[in-house]
Design a protein around this ligand. Structure first.
Ligand SMILES: Cc1cc2nc3c(=O)[nH]c(=O)nc-3n(C[C@H](O)[C@H](O)[C@H](O)COP(=O)(O)O)c2cc1C
Length: 186
C-alpha cells in the first residue's frame, strides 16, 4: 500500500486548498495518506545547517517517509506562496541531501479565479524539476473554487468537479506507485 504525503501550499486557517486536500483521501482506496504540515517552519537559513530546529527535522523526516507527495497549492501573486517555497528549500537541504530527489510528486491547485493556479503550477514544476522530482504531467488540475459547490460538512456537491478530483487522485497514485518502484530499483 503506497504511503502518500499531502502538502497544502497555504497556511491560512480558512484555506480553500486545505478544504480540497481533505477530500482527496476519500477518492482513493488502498492508500495511506499522511498530512505534511508546513505552517510552523521558520524561514530557511543555511546558517542553521547542522543545528536545525526540531520542526524542520520532523518535516524533512516526514517527506522522506513517504513514497510520493501530492501538493495542493494556491496561487499568490502569480506564483506559489512563500510558505511552500520555504518548505521546499528546507527539504532540499543540507546540500547533497535533497529529500525531493527522485521522489514522485503530483500537483494541483484551487483558486477563486477561473485561471485556477495555472501560473503557480508552472513555477512549481520548475522548482521541482531542479529538485529532480518526477512530476505528474497529466491531468493538469486547475480547480476553480466556488463556495456554493460545497456542503456544510465540507463535502463537494458538484459532480463534474468531483470527477475532476477523482481523475487527478487516480493519476497521482499511479504516478507515485510507478516512480517509487523505479526509484526502489535504481
Ligand atoms: C497574497 C495573495 C495573492 C493572490 N494572488 C492570486 C493570483 O495570483 N492568482 C489567483 O488566481 N488568485 C490569487 N489570490 C486569490 C486566491 O486564489 C484566494 O485567496 C484563495 O483563497 C487562496 O487559496 P487558499 O485559501 O488555499 O490560501 C491571491 C490571494 C492572496 C492572499
Amino acid at each position: 500500500m503506497p504511503r502518500i504525503g499531502i502538502i497544502v501550499g497555504s497556511i491560512a486557517e480558512a484555506s480553500i486548498n486545505r478544504k480540497i486536500a481533505r477530500i482527496l483521501p476519500s477518492l482513493a482506496s488502498d492508500v495511506e495518506f499522511v498530512d505534511i504540515d508546513i505552517a510552523k517552519l521558520p524561514l530557511y537559513d543555511y546558517g542553521l545547517d547542522g543545528d536545525w530546529p526540531a520542526v524542520a527535522t520532523e518535516f524533512k523526516e516526514k517527506v522522506e517517509s513517504v513514497d510520493g507527495i501530492i501538493i495542493v497549492t494556491p496561487e499568490y501573486s502569480r506564483s506559489i506562496p512563500g510558505a511552500l517555497k520555504n518548505a521546499i528549500d528546507w527539504a532540499s537541504r543540507p546540500w547533497g541531501q535533497n529529500s525531493f530527489n527522485g521522489r514522485p510528486v503530483a500537483i494541483m491547485g484551487a483558486s477563486i479565479s477561473p485561471a485556477g493556479t495555472a501560473m503557480a503550477q508552472q513555477h512549481l514544476r520548475n522548482i521541482l524539476a531542479h529538485s529532480d522530482a518526477p512530476t505528474l504531467g497529466q491531468p493538469e488540475t486547475f480547480f476553480h473554487y466556488r463556495a456554493d459547490a460545497f456542503g456544510a460538512d465540507g463535502s463537494l456537491q458538484d459532480e463534474p468537479q468531483l470527477a475532476v478530483l477523482t481523475n487527478f487522485v487516480e493519476a497521482a497514485v499511479a504516478h507515485i506507485e510507478r516512480n517509487a518502484r523505479v526509484a526502489a530499483h535504481a
